[in-house]
Design a protein around this ligand. Sequence first.
Ligand SMILES: *[C@@H]1O[C@H](CO)[C@@H](O)[C@H](O)[C@H]1NC(C)=O
Length: 356
Amino acid sequence: MDRHHPPRRFSLYTPPSPLALSLLSIAVFFLFFCFAATSDAAFDVSPISFDEGCRHLFGDGNLVRSPAGDGVRILLDRFTGAGFISSDMYQHGFFSAMIKLPSDYTAGVVVAFYTSNGDVFEKTHDELDIEFLGNIRGKPWRFQTNVYGNGSTSRGREERYTLWFDPTEEHHRYSILWTSNKIIFYVDEVPIREIVRSEAMGGDFPSKPMSLYATIWDASDWATSGGRYKVNYKYAPFVSEFKDLVLEGCSADPIRESPAEGCREKDTQLEARGFATVTPAQRRTMRWFRERYMYYSYCYDTLRYPVPPPECVIIPSEKARFKDTGRLKFGGSHKRRSRRRERIPVKSASDNQASM
Ligand SMILES: *[C@@H]1O[C@H](CO)[C@@H](O)[C@H](O)[C@H]1NC(C)=O
């Protein structure tokens, strides 16, 4: 169990707390990681082989299948990154993989695990992101989640976090659930973010079939401290491993079919799965995570959104950590920077208001 504990350097925020509180959090921690040990069982999912669900997308030679066929490594070297895509598009689904990130010096490197339909709907695309942002040696990987619907690229919905473990040491399961009325991001079996659809979101809630993508690419101009640290190819190749992929959802062709009709039954099945409901115990763990490891949320950035977007649920204990600028009150020297970027190979022009 020890290896799961966050090393000192990983904790951004350590409030002074009385002994009782410390003991309580140790207890929560312990319970929580007993859960964590059984992640696949908890989700009751059936991983598929790489070739069953996915195909190579770009980066000749930099996608290497595992001998057992259960996964791939994708590499970034000085010539190219690499990526894969699901063979089908899905109208709602549970998208998940065991991922191990490149270790050592990874500034400027981005590993993305996301769903999108940007190559089908250029102007009105939908997207759900988990993006891992590399860092200089000794600093932890950070990651962000984001949501776009119907081309809402001018309304970023970023949240950023650190992790309670070192994601370069072993594989952890990262998952995106998307149903017709909610989105949940998971790290192992911990829900870290839930978005419940509100009418007021309108088209900003993803509505059209998406593919799953995984990519590794050079984001030197953006990923680490707003571009201050570039990819250093002395440390190449940067290798990210993906295995035990889960693709459960309704396969749908966005051009030929009307997915809303054909997917109704599958939608009902998806909604009934364990991973589609955050239990009260899971919600406590989600709070636990968000109060300690989330260092940016658009919901608390009142400079950017004087009125929080409609899906935001303001949690006082979360909000108390942030200034009106959306920056953490304690610690962290977060550079604010806005720039558009292109993600290889899908044209996904996303504003990154909170790049660091
Ligand atoms: C998406 O955007 C297009 C073009 O702006 C618009 O015609 C359509 O009604 C929108 N769809 C939704 C679900 O809001």
